[in-house]
Design a protein around this ligand. Structure first.
Ligand code: FE2
Ligand code: FE2
Length: 298
């Protein structure tokens, strides 16, 4: 069993070198393995991270005053800090991707649609005990999405093939840093969910949806992204199909479906999956004295 649950997620302030003005000169359009579909998919993930992370933060923060365990409150503060920093730096990258022609603003706008409704309800009904079904629904979504992200993060960090596919060094740096922190805080939202006493069935239902629809929705969104914004890409339907198959066969998705399975069992906890060694390795690799991102720290 891992000791992740007793550590506190560290919030790191960083400087990434994203610059929308030089985007076309500096970065190859298909920056992910030269694969058009994979590059659009990474751009979509980057676009939906900030509004998605805002939902996670709101869903967890709503309960922060109800948490009796001071350690959990401290972990929640770390979780919120990490997710907010992810959103901040993904928004910087999204501006660069947008200058390169990716429709990141549209995807971000679509997922942002719950924000107004949530903020309005939070103001009208500040007690988290009001509207419990809706609020449990968002917390269940957060917990399932956090497991989905942790499985993705594990694949990104443990597969040298995935590392090699991300050509652009700064995009790779951002994704590695994000993936590391997703593993560092992977059980925080889950522990809040348990402390609040939300039924197990809510998160399990969300996982069924994420497992069955997550990857197909992402592939469909990549096709829409190509069809609507990529003039060169949309003229090459055979290439789109071929690269979709190639992308789905990359190690980034290897074992993804089986990684979702344990989550659907009652009694599951994210720390049942031991990622301590992987986290330690990448903490040294990125932020050790000679770490790749040591110079990025503010
Ligand atoms: Fe995140
Ligand atoms: Fe997260």
């Amino acid at each position: 069993m891992t000791n992740v649950a007793t550590t506190f997620p560290a919030v790191r302030r960083l400087n990434f070198g994203f610059d929308s003005h030089d985007a076309e000169l500096e970065t190859e359009k298909y920056f992910a393995d030269g694969n058009m579909v994979f590059s659009h998919l990474v751009a979509i993930l980057s676009a939906i991270f900030p509004p998605g992370e805002d939902i996670f933060v709101r869903s967890v923060r709503r309960y922060k005053d109800q948490l009796a365990d001071p350690d959990l409150r401290k972990r929640v503060a770390g979780f919120i800090g990490q997710e907010k920093t992810h959103a901040l730096h993904h928004r910087e990258l999204n501006e660069q991707l947008s200058a390169m022609g990716y429709p990141t603003a549209w995807f971000e706008y679509l997922l942002q649609s719950t924000e107004r409704m949530e903020k309005f309800l939070d103001k009208q009904y500040p007690s988290p005990d009001r509207l419990p079904r809706l609020r449990h629904f968002f917390l269940g979504f957060t917990v399932a999405a956090e497991h989905f992200t942790a499985a993705w993060a594990e694949n990104v960090l443990k597969c040298p093939e995935v590392q090699a596919m991300l050509y652009d060094p700064e995009i790779r740096n951002l994704l590695n840093w994000h993936a590391l922190e997703e593993l560092e805080h992977k059980s925080v939202a889950f522990d809040v969910y348990r402390a609040v006493g939300v039924p197990e069935s809510t998160r399990i239902r969300w996982m069924r949806f994420a497992q069955n629809c997550g990857v197909p929705i992402l592939v469909l969104a990549s096709w829409i992204s190509i069809a609507t914004t990529d003039r060169t890409g949309r003229r090459q339907p055979i290439r789109i199909l071929r690269e979709t198959v190639q992308m789905l066969r990359t190690p980034m998705w290897a074992g993804f479906y089986s990684a979702m399975r344990p989550f659907k069992k009652a009694g599951f906890h994210p720390d049942h999956i031991d990622t301590t060694e992987l986290v330690g390795y990448w903490q040294r690799e990125l932020f050790g004295a000679e770490g790749t991102l040591a110079g990025h720290l503010r």
